[in-house]
Design a binder for this molecule. Structure first.
Ligand code: 13P
Ligand code: SF4
Length: 311
C-alpha cells in the first residue's frame, strides 16, 4: 500500500477512535501496521482482560472470531466490531458442539477445561476456560482425584499433562500454524546458530517442545526473550510476535522457526486477514458487529469468569 494511503487510513482510524469512544485491541499475530494503530496489543489472556475492563463504548477487535466473540460475551452492552468476521480460528472450528457434547457425556464426572480458542457453544459446554498463559495454573487448582477433559488443543493439553504429571482426557484438535513445526526441520536452524535459544509456544508438538529452552504463551515468549542473556532466538510460533520482539529488543536477533526447507516461517492466514482498510471500514460503517445472543452468552460467560477469577 502506498505510504500516503496508509497515513490517511491511520489518520481516519485515529479520528474514528475519538468520535466513537472506541478502543482497538490487536493480537501479536496481526500485521505490524495493525499492531501500530492498536491501543493494546497482547496475547489472548491480556486481550480478554482488556476487553473486560475497558470503559470504551466500542471495542474493535483485530484478531480471530473467537476473540471478538469473547469480548462480546464479556460486554453485552458495548458494540464489538471486527475488521473481518470471516477470520475464524481453524482450531476453534475443529471442535463441533454435538461431538464435543457426546465426548463429554462419556465422562460425566469430569471437569471440562476448554482453551479460549473455542466457539461460544463449546465455552457454554465447559466448566472453566483457559489460555496458554494460565492453563497450567488452572489445572493445578483442580483436586487430584478429579478427572479432567481438556480441549480443543491436544498439544497444549499434552504439554500441561507432562508438566504437571497429570492425566487428562484430550480432544484431538490442533493449530495448523504450530503443529506444522517439526524438530527434523528446526534442528538445522538450531545447529546453524550456535548459542541461539529455541523458544516455542505450547501449541507446538511434543517432539519440538522437548528440545525447547523455553515454552510459553505469546507474551511468555516475549518476556523470556527480553530477559534472557542470550542474543539470538529461534522463535517457534506465529512470526507476527517478532515485530514486538524486535521493537523491544533491537540489539537481539530473532529468527522465525522454519516450517520446511522452502518455507521460512508458519503464518496464521486468518490473523493476517485483518488489514488497515478493513479496520477503517469496520469502524466507519460500524459493521461487522459481533453479538452473542442470550442464553448462549450467559452460559459461555460463566466459565470465562471462572478463568478470570482463577488466574
Ligand atoms: P496466546 O495468545 O495465548 O499465546 O495464543 C496463541 C494463539 O494461537 C492465539 O490464537
Ligand atoms: Fe487459531 Fe492457530 Fe491462528 Fe491462533 S495461530 S488463531 S490457534 S489457527
Amino acid at each position: 500500500m502506498p505510504v500516503e494511503q496508509k497515513s490517511v487510513l491511520i489518520e481516519q482510524i485515529e479520528r474514528l477512535k475519538k468520535e466513537m469512544r472506541a478502543i482497538v485491541l490487536a493480537h501479536y499475530y496481526t500485521l505490524p501496521e495493525i499492531q501500530d494503530v492498536a491501543d493494546i496489543v497482547g496475547d489472548s489472556l491480556a486481550l480478554a482482560r482488556a476487553a473486560e475492563s475497558t470503559d470504551a463504548e466500542v471495542i474493535v477487535f483485530a484478531g480471530v472470531y473467537f476473540m471478538g466473540e469473547t469480548a462480546s460475551i464479556l460486554n453485552p452492552d458495548k458494540t464489538v466490531l471486527m475488521p473481518d468476521n470471516h477470520a475464524g480460528c481453524p482450531l476453534a472450528d475443529s471442535c463441533p458442539t454435538e461431538e464435543f457434547r457426546a465426548f463429554r457425556q462419556k465422562h460425566p464426572e469430569a471437569i471440562v477445561i476448554s482453551y479460549i480458542n473455542s466457539t461460544a457453544e463449546i465455552k457454554a459446554e465447559s466448566d472453566i476456560i483457559c489460555t496458554s498463559s494460565n492453563a497450567e495454573r488452572i489445572v493445578r487448582q483442580i483436586p487430584e482425584d478429579k478427572e479432567i477433559i481438556f480441549g480443543p488443543d491436544r498439544n497444549l493439553g499434552g504439554y500441561v499433562m507432562r508438566k504437571l504429571d497429570r492425566k487428562m482426557i484430550l480432544w484431538q484438535g490442533y493449530c495448523y500454524v504450530h503443529d506444522a513445526f517439526s524438530w527434523d526441520v528446526i534442528k538445522h536452524a538450531v545447529e546453524s546458530h550456535p548459542g541461539a535459544e529455541l523458544i516455542a509456544h505450547p501449541e507446538c508438538r511434543e517432539e519440538l517442545l522437548q528440545h525447547a529452552d523455553y515454552v510459553g504463551s505469546t507474551s511468555g515468549l516475549l518476556k523470556y526473550a527480553l530477559e534472557s542473556s542470550a542474543s539470538t532466538f529461534i522463535v517457534a510460533t506465529e512470526p507476527g510476535i517478532l515485530y514486538e520482539m524486535r521493537k523491544r529488543s533491537p540489539e537481539k536477533i530473532f529468527i522465525p522457526a522454519p516450517k520446511s526447507a522452502s518455507q521460512p516461517w508458519s503464518t496464521c492466514t486468518q490473523m493476517k486477514q485483518n488489514t488497515l482498510v478493513k479496520l477503517y471500514e469496520c469502524m466507519e460503517n460500524r459493521t461487522p458487529r459481533i453479538v452473542v445472543e442470550e442464553p448462549l452468552r450467559t452460559a459461555a460467560l460463566k466459565p470465562i469468569q471462572r478463568m478470570l477469577e482463577m488466574s
